[in-house]
Write a protein that binds this ligand. Structure first.
Ligand code: MIG
Length: 663
């Protein structure tokens, strides 16, 4: 049961697509105060849990911190970080005598103080007094999530090849460098399905152009790679370079498709290409125009894209330059340049990137009128990615494309997946990834994954092995690292066969992972679930935040600490432990309860639930070669309902897609 309440004149975000009539009367459960901004309060008992908030730091139960949802280009994902790249305002509150969900549909900042300032209070605030609030009643946390998921529409489905292992780096600088990456994987028989093109494939970072020196004949290169079972996946950035003669820039200016400043001129800010304009993705015509450009690359054989810098990220604006110059002039003309002057200047410069002043300084032409960016900020990446998805659909209506974005809002889950941005090669970020996954699923994002091995900092061999041991279970499985960091492709480390064995296991699992993904997408279900959602009566399961259920059959419990010989695992029921060592699988029955499980860094252990079984195929070096008809069932159950389709089209409801496999 979902009820919808209205405050002020909300912007239509199209997050919820179910038709729900607006209620009169007060929002239940919360105390609401609209004297200044908008404020919802709720008393919490110590045992109450608050789940949700999608892409956010800290635990699965969000208690104990304050989170803000303002799409942020922030590479520092620490416990103190309040906003990450996505804005996902959905929570489920679980109390002794009741459970309910709440979605605050508001495209600017909403702050969730979850028993942080006051131990017994959930406080939700926003300066924006225009929003819809949805309250969802149901019998369990899980039931509420499924109702919400149904209301926001079916999640994006990638092509099946996007479940393969993929390799990225900022940047591979030439075709030859990519050839070498592919050659090394193939030579060592480490499976691989795609290589990404980061910003250097473009001519001076101009969207939809190709650097003719290092990436000439991209079409021919895509063909060559495809023959090796490799797809190329280029990046697209939000900002369009200001440059005479560059068609995207000229068309955008001529048609008025860029965001404008207060005087109505295209807004200017600096990102990778230098000074740019931002396409006005909240204008449906601009959206159509930009989305149609992806065809330039699909015509060259590209079958996937990643949309970056779409919070949108801003290094600085002309306004910041002018103000800095003025400040420097003033200070330089003083008799003495003091420590305070230095600090002030340093602080000012440091605060300019992605600053509120810039976000307040430009406007969108939307079907509902002109809006200041600040008030609709969280919809930008969402609508950039919608533009891409709609453009790709138009270009090739019967074909699925790989598409994922950095910034997001609920609603974008219908168009693409996301990756969780610039993490670090830190052990704590393996656990952070595990913990963010269920929250993302709650908000509709099923095709998700983190930069495996970590984006920033130096990756070690053991870190990559352990991270891949989680990564083999995430729908998006991508190794990615930043400019200037240690190279972290599997073959850079000793004993590459250890990496091969782990990634081989991924390929053996693909029929199962794909089947569970599709069931989750088609049934508004979660792919990753906390133990708490399946065993709400089991106090230990309720508080286990370093293990997850995957689909209906598996439980995963990866190692996320360095130099560990294994880890404690809690089994809420009897399970079968599956151990992969040296490429071989062994099965052991284990009893409900606590266990210390020894897991050397080149082995993987996962668990099959009681009376369940899963299909496995033989490993292959790319998804093209995967034989999904030759399946073996493992586990104590006797049958498994497999979903399998052609992996490329949209014939999801064909009854032939479901097959009951029996032992
Ligand atoms: O400011 O394109 O998160 O994955 O490699 C950095 C370069 C811009 C940020 C993305 C990252 C990508 C990088 N980009």
């Amino acid at each position: 049961m979902i009820k919808k309440f209205i405050f002020g004149k909300p912007f239509e975000t199209e997050a919820v697509i179910a038709e729900i009539p607006t209620e009169q009367g007060a929002v239940p459960y919360f105390t609401c105060d609209t004297a200044k901004g908008i404020k919802f309060t709720l008393n919490l008992k110590k045992s109450d849990a608050v789940y949700g908030l999608g892409e956010s730091v800290r635990g699965i139960n969000k208690r104990g911190y304050t989170y803000s949802t303002f799409c942020a280009d922030d590479p520092n994902h620490t416990e103190a970080t309040r906003s990450l790249y996505g804005a996902h305002n959905f929570i489920v509150v679980e109390q002794k005598d009741r459970v309910f969900g709440a979605f605050f549909d508001c495209p600017s900042t909403v702050t969730f103080d979850v028993a942080f300032t006051k131990a017994d209070e959930l406080l939700i605030t926003s300066d924006n007094t225009n929003m819809y609030v949805y309250i969802i009643d149901g019998s369990t946390v899980y039931d509420i999530i499924r109702q919400f998921r149904k209301a926001i529409g079916m999640s994006y489905v990638p092509p099946m090849w996007a479940f393969g292992y993929t390799q990225c780096r900022w940047s591979y600088l030439s075709k030859d460098e990519i050839r070498e990456v592919v050659r090394r994987h193939r030579e060592l028989h480490i499976p691989l399905d795609a290589v990404y093109l980061d910003i250097d494939y473009m001519e001076r970072y101009k969207d939809f152009t190709i650097d003719e020196k290092n990436f000439s004949d991209l079409e021919g290169f895509a063909k060559e790679m495809k023959a090796e079972g490799i797809r190329l996946v280029p990046i697209i950035d939000a900002g369009v370079k200001i440059e005479e003669g560059y068609d995207v820039y000229e068309e955008g200016v001529e048609k008025g498709f860029f965001c404008t400043d207060k005087n109505g001129k295209p807004f200017e800010a600096c990102v990778w290409p230098g000074m740019t304009h931002f396409p006005d993705f909240l204008n449906p015509e601009a959206r159509r125009w930009f989305g149609a450009k992806y065809k330039i690359l699909t015509d060259m054989g590209m079958e996937g894209f990643w949309n970056d810098m779409n919070e949108p990220a801003i290094f600085f604006s002309q306004n910041s330059v002018d103000k800095t110059a003025q400040m420097v002039r003033e200070k330089a003309s003083k008799d003495e340049f003091t420590i305070d002057d230095f600090r002030e200047l340093q602080g000012y410069l440091g605060s300019r990137q992605n600053c509120e002043e810039d976000y307040s300084g430009f406007y969108h032409n939307t079907p509902c009128g002109r809006y200041c960016h600040k008030d609709v900020h969280n919809l930008y990446g969402y609508n950039m990615t919608r533009s891409a998805a709609e453009g790709l659909k138009e270009a090739e209506p019967d074909k699925r494309f790989l598409l994922f974005s950095r910034a997001s809002y609920i609603g974008m889950h219908r168009y693409s997946g996301i990756w969780t941005g610039d993490n670090h090669s830190w052990w704590s970020h393996i656990l952070a990834e595990l913990r963010v996954l269920p929250g993302l699923n709650m908000c509709g994002f099923l095709y998700v994954g983190a930069d495996l091995g970590g984006f920033g900092c130096e990756c070690s061999r053991d870190l990559l092995l352990r991270w891949l041991s989680l990564g083999i279970f995430t729908p998006l499985m991508r190794n990615h690292s930043a400019l200037g960091t240690r190279y972290q492709e599997c073959y850079r480390f000793e004993n590459p066969e250890d990496f091969k064995h782990i990634i081989d296991l991924r390929y053996r699992l693909i029929p199962y992972l794909y089947s569970e993904y599709m069931k989750a997408a088609l049934n508004s279900d979660m792919y990753f679930k906390p133990l708490a959602f399946e065993f709400p009566e089991d106090e230990i399961a309720r508080h286990t935040e370093d293990q997850l259920f995957l689909g209906n059959e598996l439980m995963i419990a990866p190692v996320y600490t360095q130099n560990a010989v294994g880890r404690y695992v809690y089994l809420p029921e009897d399970m079968t432990a599956v151990r992969m060592a040296g490429g071989n699988l062994t099965l052991t029955e284990m009893e409900k309860g606590h266990h210390f499980v020894v897991i050397p860094e080149n082995e993987v252990v996962f668990f099959i639930r009681k009376d369940k079984c899963i299909p496995l195929c033989k490993a292959a070096e790319s998804t093209n070669e995967l034989n999904t008809n030759d399946l073996e069932l493992i586990g104590t159950g006797s049958e498994y309902l497999l979903y399998a389709d052609d992996g490329t089209g949209f014939d999801f409801s064909n009854p032939d897609n479901l097959k009951l496999l029996k032992k």
